[in-house]
Design a protein. Sequence first.
Length: 191
Amino acid sequence: RCAGLGHAVCDIDTGEILPLGKGEIVPAIITSVRKGQNDLPGELCGTLTAGKKSGEITDNCSCGLYATLDILPDGANEYPLGFSDEIQCGSAYIISTVDSDSPKRYSVEIESIDNHNKDNKNLVIRVSDKELIEKTGGIVQGMSGSPIIQNGRLIGAVTHVFVSDPTHGYGIFAETMYEHMTQQCVLDDAA
């Protein structure tokens, strides 16, 4: 099982969570970047690679997409789970693909931690990586689900950009996504 995105896929007009009919995990190739600016969110543009399925999406909920994997993606790394009480303000990095088909590490700073927020906004992060700021302006649409790593542990995933300042964004705790995944497994096994 795996989790991704950190927020639901919603209807663009109503904001309602889209019911899941069927979905597959396939590779994406980033073809261009629209750089983010203050009050104008940027975005990653890309294409999906048909016929290279690596898993099936099983759930679309408020804290992300969940799936079963048939194979691990090339170059995938495993990280131990970092729990919310282990997270500290300070240096971390995200892993994201912004200009090719290969993920790369980019430095960020965790500016605040909110253990009580239930809206996928547990962490406020600031992009400090000059290369990422040059390429994208910071966080852009399409970077949701980019893992946040601190002290060698997976602590969260990028969820939202600050529209007023693309160098800032929110992240959800990896612990929250994991808890939902394990609850979903229990429900699936009981069915």
